[in-house]
Design a protein around this ligand. Sequence first.
Ligand SMILES: [Zn+2]
Ligand SMILES: [Zn+2]
Length: 154
Amino acid sequence: MVEDSTLRSPGRRLTKQRRLILRILESRRDHPGALEILEEAKKVQPSISLGTVYRNLKVLAEQGVIKEISTLGEGSRFDAQPVPHSHLVCRRCGKVIDVPFDLSETLDAEVSKQTGYLSVSHALTFYGVCPDCATEAERKRGWATERDEKSEEG
Ligand SMILES: [Zn+2]
Ligand SMILES: [Zn+2]
């Protein structure tokens, strides 16, 4: 296979890969993980590795271009939507959805005022059990929060 990228510096190649990864992430609304992004990236660039995808996702997250969402053991998920919003993660299947209403934007200003930190932002992630993962019995019990669940155990 003829590789035109051999003439380019490693840095430039990295930039091209990063742009590909970002474009894939921007086209999706389902908060994919590194493996899912790798699958799509391979259609364009078959030689791309999971390590490369992961490294570039980390850099993009550090730069604040994308958001990294922790799923408690299922591996990080990623989001390129620029509008600030919170996430809700299923503790069982790791599915990530956007919280469908706006949470107080005054939080950042309040934290800044109280601490003296500048350029404050926040990442709020909720964890729960999605309707697909909850059993019939659990749905019948109808506990809405983890605290409800715990209080029923004793
Ligand atoms: Zn689930
Ligand atoms: Zn999101």
